[in-house]
Design a protein around this ligand. Structure first.
Ligand code: NAD
Ligand code: UFG
Length: 337
């Protein structure tokens, strides 16, 4: 029996593949490489000393998807594949809706046809929109405020309707907070195309000398130092959360949702300070205007994942900063062309 990992060549997917293989699972990876490189697949094998099947295919390609299910004995699917840039989703919403939502529909139809009814879905803290209260619990109001977040919210609803129509499905919706960091080997990490949108990859590029300085988006937020507060979580802790969710969904049926974060919020300035301390690299920055759509504070209440999945993030902010830097330092050009 194998676990199908869609988007397994991506940032979170690749770290999860390592944890799955290391724990003895057989995996099949499907990715269209629209936001990832084939080199990562080699490195997953190199680090785990395990082989796995890879299909370079698009979720929207029903014929190939059917081939994946007919050629392999799939037990469950971890569904990472999707487009994730908030700003881009505002510019090209139809592409985001089609890729993320239609892609998930085609996947679910195929799973149903092959009687594979166990799925973990990558949702996002983005579905909470502008949170009224922190820490955010799974029952906090949902109100996505951009097309990307809406794709996640719609997919969560679709999966809920699917379960209501057929109670033999078993689905975990995982709402990630802010994944950063990299594998401790320094061989696997986040490799953004173009100018990074997110804070940690941008800081990494300043540290390596690719960019002069960081623009800190706003210093007048309602936070301890005026800069935005987020729940940064080490990507390896996050990957391990998927194994806990898998152990939970395989023997049962049902649908449930979990926040995956650390439960602690750090500001942009906290992150810069910690990065500078552990790497001895200076990160020059200037304050600029707020980025539209950003919220003051977002951090998770992690009680539910703790109690039900028996999972807790273990790595510190220092670990996250150091591991991010080691990846950047060892791979100044990411996975290369
Ligand atoms: P990523 O872009 O690194 O990985 C996603 C992978 O999916 C890429 O390798 C891409 O090539 C692939 N893909 C996209 N569309 C596809 C399609 N139609 N068919 C096949 N493959 C396709 O992103 P990530 O950071 O690893 O995120 C993984 C998932 O987690 C995404 O669904 C994302 O929305 C979600 N998420 C990410 C974050 C974050 O900050 N990184 C936060 C919350 C949720
Ligand atoms: N920030 C800067 N300068 C930058 C980039 C970011 O000051 O160059 C600030 C932002 O204003 C924010 C914080 O750093 O206060 C974190 O920003 P990120 O872009 O790294 O992360 P977001 O919280 O905005 O969003 C990310 C993903 C979303 C996801 C969300 C929750 O981009 O897709 O985390 O998981 F939904």
């Amino acid at each position: 029996m194998s676990i199908l990992v869609t988007g397994g060549a991506g940032y979170i997917g690749s770290h999860t593949c390592i944890e799955l293989l290391s724990a003895g699972y057989e995996i099949v990876v499907l990715d269209n490489l629209s936001n990832s490189k084939p080199e990562v697949l080699k490195r997953i094998s190199e680090l785990t000393k395990k082989d796995f099947k890879f299909y370079q295919a698009d979720l929207l390609d029903k014929t190939t998807l059917e081939k994946v299910f007919s050629e392999n004995n799939i037990e469950a699917v971890i569904h990472f594949a999707g487009l994730k840039a908030v700003g881009e989703s505002i510019e090209i919403p139809l592409h985001y809706y089609h890729n993320n939502i239609t892609g998930t529909l085609v996947l679910c139809q195929t799973m149903k046809k092959y009687d594979v009814k166990k799925m973990i879905f990558s949702s996002s803290a983005n579905v909470y929109g502008v949170p009224k209260l922190v820490p955010i619990t799974e029952t906090s109001p949902l109100s996505a405020i951009n097309p990307y977040g809406r794709t996640k919210l719609v997919i969560e609803k679709i999966l809920g309707d699917l379960y209501d129509s057929d109670n033999s499905w078993s689905i975990a919706l995982l709402r990630y907070f802010n994944p950063i960091g990299a594998h401790e080997s320094g061989r696997i990490g986040e490799d953004p195309n173009d100018i990074p949108n997110n804070l940690m990859p941008y800081i990494n590029q300043v540290a390596i000398g690719k960019r002069d300085k960081l623009n800190v988006f706003g210093n007048d937020y309602d936070t301890h130092d005026g800069t935005g507060v987020r729940d940064y979580i080490h990507v390896v802790d996050l990957a391990k959360g998927h194994l806990k969710a898998l152990e939970m969904i395989i023997p049962i049926t049902g649908i449930d949702v979990f926040n995956l974060g650390t439960g602690t919020g750090y500001s942009v300035l906290d992150l810069i300070k910690s990065y500078e301390n552990v790497t001895s690299k200076k990160i020059p920055y200037t304050f600029t205007h707020r980025r539209p759509g950003d919220v003051d504070k977002s951090y998770a209440d992690i009680t539910k994942a703790n109690k039900i999945l028996g999972w807790k993030a273990l790595k510190s902010l220092e670990d996250m900063c150091y591991d991010s830097w080691r990846w950047q330092k060892n791979n100044p050009n990411g996975y290369g062309k």
